[in-house]
Design a protein around this ligand. Structure first.
Ligand SMILES: C[S@@+](CC[C@H](N)C(=O)[O-])C[C@H]1O[C@@H](n2cnc3c(N)ncnc32)[C@H](O)[C@@H]1O
Length: 452
């Protein structure tokens, strides 16, 4: 572990689920322009690659204090049906825009807690969506699940409409850590749901784990990874904890001094990575590990790994429609985000309008830089042509790369960059060299979590 590099590169930085990153969107998009972008993308890609859908289900019964996602806490399950109705109305607006049957390549239910919803309501939602489109034979359907409220009925219902993947939010198995983040769940419960899912026929189980949480130590993370290994999930997302209390005040439920400091945090990651690699998992992109039998592993071998607002995926569609409160859609040439409150979302839907409240139309420069960032974050390398160096943004990037090359984080030969083994730990910093918008206008206040 190189302490000098850790302190030098531990700066606020994006996770690059999009370029430009959301704070740099220009908001130069009306709802009508957005529909036009969607229609163009749909016509260009529906026959060849199909489309992806992300559906945000924001409700949770209790607040996990570490959580950075858009959630709504309630124990009132009467909220389920109106929300499902609104999602189906939003989908109907997109169907009107497409004018033809969409070919669906991917659906992901995220949250919040999708398993907050009853199996019956999830069935209404999924049947409504799937019956209006054509589900491709190799479509990937996945959902996020809380081990404590996922039932056999949830698993059977979602399996029967085509889901084969689930992602269990675990974060950590240690009781002290779980209490600090207000997220209690036992190893036995996780084991039971994992085994049940496999018996029903799910072919891929993912565990979400986080390093950098309050009170985590090398011993506690070792124990958490040991427990995860025992159940052998197909994938593990081993996320770096994003501490953003100015956006998520619940993260003030513990104090900064309870958090592992940067060198310890890096040690937690390295401990986890070594243990997972010994157990046969391969690190894919940033923060992800997969067994050789998993599609993410295969996609990484064939150069098909892709990254979008859902994180890493094993295939690329240029059109991703995000339904639900706060969801982000991507038409490849534009991004659009839905309003962030449930009330605002439902109101817009009932007025018959797409609930988009901000967006960004990509410039020619954005498109070039986004491709480089995607190449780096998915493949660990990128190339350009001699004439591309005339482009100001790339020229300034190359200047920034000299420092990274000096620190042996990247190797550069003419017109080609490759991330080195030690550079893998600094992938966000390497992408930042390509982020011309960040370079031109450094934020006045902290926007992003620290990169270490
Ligand atoms: C919306 S959550 C889904 C959790 C799932 N609904 C559940 O209740 O188990 C998606 C994942 O994002 C990750 N996540 C949330 N907040 C985070 C943070 N502050 N830093 C890093 N990862 C975070 C967690 O691993 C979490 O499982």
């Amino acid at each position: 572990m190189n302490k000098l590099l850790i302190s030098k590169y531990n700066v606020p930085g994006p996770r690059y689920t999009s370029y430009p990153t959301v704070p740099y969107w220009e908001n130069n998009l009306t709802t009508e322009t957005w529909k036009g972008q969607v229609l163009d993308a749909f016509r260009q890609t529906n026959d060849s690659e199909g489309i992806s859908l992300y559906i945000h289900l924001p409700y949770c019964e209790s607040l996990c204090t570490y959580c950075g996602c858009n959630t709504r806490i309630t124990v009132n399950h009467a909220v389920e049906r109106p929300y499902i109705d609104a999602l189906l109305k939003e989908w109907a607006m997109y169907l009107d825009t497409f004018q033809e049957t969409p070919r669906i390549k991917e659906i992901h239910l995220g949250g919040g807690t999708p398993t907050f919803f009853s199996p019956e309501n999830l069935a209404v939602l999924m049947e409504g969506i799937i019956s209006s489109g054509h589900l491709l034979k190799d479509a990937q359907l996945s959902f996020e699940a809380h081990p404590n409220n996922t039932t056999k009925e949830h698993l059977e219902t979602l399996y029967s409409v085509g889901f084969r993947r689930l992602s269990l939010g675990i974060q950590d198995f240690d009781t002290l850590v779980q209490k600090a983040i207000h997220r209690l769940q036992s190893f036995e419960q996780v084991k039971m749901i994992t085994e049940l899912a496999r018996e029903i026929g799910f072919t891929s189980v993912n565990y979400d784990l986080i390093y950098g949480l309050p009170f985590q130590t090398v011993e506690s993370i070792t124990d958490t990874i040991d427990k995860a290994k025992l159940l052998r999930p197909d994938r593990i997302a081993f996320y770096s904890y994003a501490h953003v209390p100015w956006i998520k005040p619940a993260q003030r439920g513990y104090s900064d001094s309870d958090l592992p400091q940067p060198e310890t945090k890096r040690k937690l990651y390295e401990t986890g990575r070594e243990m997972l690699e010994w157990a046969g998992y391969l690190e894919i992109g940033m923060d992800h590990f997969a067994l050789p039998t998993d599609s993410l592993f295969k996609a990484s071998g064939t150069g098909n790994l892709h990254r979008n607002f859902m994180g890493y995926t094993s295939g690329k569609t240029r059109l991703l429609i995000g339904l639900g409160v706060s969801s982000i859609s991507d038409s490849w040439t534009a991004f659009a985000q839905n309003v962030k409150t449930v009330e605002g979302y439902i109101e817009k839907i009932n007025e018959g309008e797409l609930p988009v409240f901000r967006g960004h139309l990509l410039t020619a420069e954005d498109l070039i830089l986004r491709q480089h960032i995607l190449n780096i974050i998915c493949k660990g390398e990128t190339s350009w042509q001699r004439e591309d160096e005339q482009c100001n943004a790339l020229y300034s990037t190359l200047e920034q790369l000299e420092e990274l090359e000096h620190d042996k984080l990247v190797n550069i030969i003419p017109f080609h960059l490759k991330v080195t083994t030690s550079g893998k730990n600094y992938i966000r910093n390497i992408c930042m060299a390509f982020d011309a918008r960040l370079r031109r206008s450094q934020p006045q206040a902290q926007l992003f979590s620290q990169t270490v």
